[in-house]
Design a protein around this ligand. Structure first.
Ligand SMILES: [Zn+2]
Length: 134
């Protein structure tokens, strides 16, 4: 049973790692993992429980989506360079993974900016808002 649970946890983490920087509701996680795996897909209640554990131990961050008011989860990247993207239309915040974040800061200092250790927020238009305008 413990092994089984570890497997489900691994499955969830693998998924979040391969979609680093994106946020998902539990329902989206269930649907996405279902479409990627044929066997032993954790149920919605199992994912809820696993996510709570992962949030507790700091592996995953829980945010509230500004539009739907639903809880969304994403991998919390400790090696996070402190760069995030905020949609200028709806205000959703997207994480930039540590490696890309550092590259952005490197690029900024090359251009003469002196990015401090402060967090940098990039203004973007998210996919959802980009679409609704077409
Ligand atoms: Zn948006």
């Amino acid at each position: 049973m413990a092994v089984y649970k570890t497997m489900q946890r691994r499955m969830l983490l693998d998924f979040l790692e391969s979609h680093s920087g994106e946020s998902f509701t539990v329902k989206e996680l269930v649907a996405a993992i279902n479409s990627e795996h044929d066997d032993a897909v954790p149920s919605e209640s199992t994912i809820y429980r696993l996510m709570r554990e992962l949030v507790d131990d700091g592996t995953v961050r829980k945010d509230v989506d500004v539009e739907s008011r639903e809880n969304v989860y994403r991998l919390s990247v400790d090696a996070d360079a402190g760069v995030s993207m905020r949609c200028k239309v709806c205000g959703s915040v997207y994480n930039v993974d540590g490696e890309s974040g550092r590259r952005i800061k490197d690029e900024l200092s090359r251009c003469g900016a002196a990015p401090s250790d402060d967090n940098i927020e990039l203004l973007i238009k998210c996919r959802k808002c980009g679409k609704s305008e077409q």
